[in-house]
Design a protein around this ligand. Sequence first.
Ligand code: GLN
Length: 202
Amino acid sequence: QPVVGVLALQGDVREHLVALAECDVLARPVRRPEELAEVDGLVLPGGESTTMSRLLDTFELLEPLRARLKDGLPAYGSCAGMILLADRAIDARADQHQLCALDVVVRRNAFGRQVDSFEAVLDLAGVEDGPVHAVFIRAPWVESVGDNVEVLARVPESPIAGEAAGRIVAVRQGPVLATAFHPELTGDARVHRLFVETVRAA
Ligand code: GLN
């Protein structure tokens, strides 16, 4: 069984461990470089990207994590995790670290300019058996993507979507997957399964 870690510095750690446990992997929290070295894939949960960035320094995980990502470690980032994986984040603090594992520009707190949280029903490429119920909490969206990035989902047009309509909210680049929303909160492990398929293939 592959070992899939959840970066456990802050945020929705437990919920991701629960979702991964449904996917026939060994799910483990990761706080130390030795733990990072043992995983075959890593989930970066939602929470607060500024805090997580700071804790990556404190726990001496920043450089080891950058190195593993550079070596092709499969990773999945949700919300704040997506912000950290991105090459660049608009409206992030100037000293926030970027892991630069995804050739995208994200806009932090993008939905928050209108509302704090937002829900949508999305078609997600690679996920079968119907649309995904997506919960966005002070979420970023993806402002632009590079040539090697696959767009997996956008916010559908709807009367409540406003400025969010059409925005990119799920992407993949090689073994790195990211969603602006929180699949760990809806009891639907299909996004985690999609990630685990990548881990198994790697
Ligand atoms: N607004 C948070 C940030 O900028 C992300 C919110 C979340 O992960 N739910 O990091």
